[in-house]
Design a protein around this ligand. Sequence first.
Ligand SMILES: [Zn+2]
Length: 251
Amino acid sequence: MKLAELTWVDAKEAIKKAQVALLPVGSTENHGPHLPLGTDWFTAQQIAEQAGNKGGWLVLPSVPVGVSEHHRQFWGTLWVPPDVLRDYVVAVARALASHGMRRIVFVNGHGGNRSALTEAARLLREEAIFAHVHNWWYGIADMLGKLFAEPAVHAGPAETSAVLAIDPSLVRQDRYKEASDVDHWGKTVEGVEVGWDTIDFSDAGNVGDPSSGTAEKGAQLFEAAAESLNRFCTWLAEQSEEALSPKPHKP
Ligand SMILES: [Zn+2]
């Protein structure tokens, strides 16, 4: 059920029935020379919609711009500061709670959003609004390891497969040869992170060779990620309010 497609008259019943709401959160940022800037929110939205179809959860409109300043040298990248993203999703969650929906999953498609979303979820819990952060690549880490030979990080084979599954016309396969050949995120000296911006370690903006990506692998990725998210939502719906709330002091 997609909230944006309902009238307010129908939203009343839909919100009551759904038990859990899904807020896809992504980014509009560099994804190498071959993938579109919207890759992260396209992916998060796809996972949320597939999970929503499985479990009848309420899918909210996506947040398309996140914490991406580290991609700023690549044309078209947009970003908001972490506290703006945090405050924005907190406000959305409060609005939803005013209608009686107090269980929310931030369906995150972008690693850079994790801290801001986790902070938002912590703040909301103090108001008895139970938000959690779902990062699709954690829930299906085993499967990603089997599907892709090299680490599936940023604009590598996993994300390339995801976009191929959504719409192959969005992937510039003729540009794979322009992709960077770095295979791990970041740059360290003596264990100290010195890669502040993506351009410090990837001249073309990607990490991982995209050429092994396929639409079939992308479809498998979405199915597994949506199933994982659906299982999480089922767990969340089953919890008592007491179980989700902060524990009292020890006697
Ligand atoms: Zn991405």
